[in-house]
Write a protein that binds this ligand. Structure first.
Ligand SMILES: [Zn+2]
Length: 142
């Protein structure tokens, strides 16, 4: 008998990225906004890539975005995901400069670039809430 392989999970106790994971638990998406220049900082960083300032505040972002790209995994990149293949990971533009990856929940048809998607907050057995996306039905589909 082989031991079950557990999925890799984010370090929600990391002092730098912890607020992002805590926000997902509250069903919110947040990013840092630089206190010095106002730039929304993504990916999460200690220093602003524009002005090299450090102080930042966490700001709530929209829970909707547009698909910038997506990929279908037919072969698992990690053994713990093998039973879930095939699945789609989308990169979603939420606001300028913030492009967030997440599982694309199965929809009625293949998703297209530019499709409007809404955030879904998926609890896990081991604790963290993960970000997923679901396509918003187009008017002609309603
Ligand atoms: Zn800055």
């Amino acid at each position: 008998m082989t031991a079950a392989v557990s999925k890799p999970m984010p370090d929600v106790d990391d002092p730098l990225s912890g607020p992002f994971w805590a926000a997902l638990d509250r069903h919110e998406i947040v990013a840092q906004r630089c206190r010095d220049c106002g730039m929304v900082r993504w990916p999460i960083a200690e220093t602003c890539p524009r002005c090299l300032g450090s102080p930042a505040v966490w700001e709530r972002l929209p829970s909707e975005g547009r698909v910038w790209s997506h990929v279908e995994y037919v072969r698992a990149f990690h053994p713990a995901f093998a039973a879930e293949t095939p699945y789609v990971i989308a990169l979603v533009d939420v606001v300028e400069g913030v492009r967030l990856p997440g599982r694309l929940l199965p929809g009625a048809r293949p998703v297209s670039i530019g499709a409007v998607v809404v955030a879904r907050f998926v609890p896990t057995q081991s604790g963290p809430t993960l970000l997923a996306w679901e396509e918003v039905p187009r008017k002609e589909d309603r």
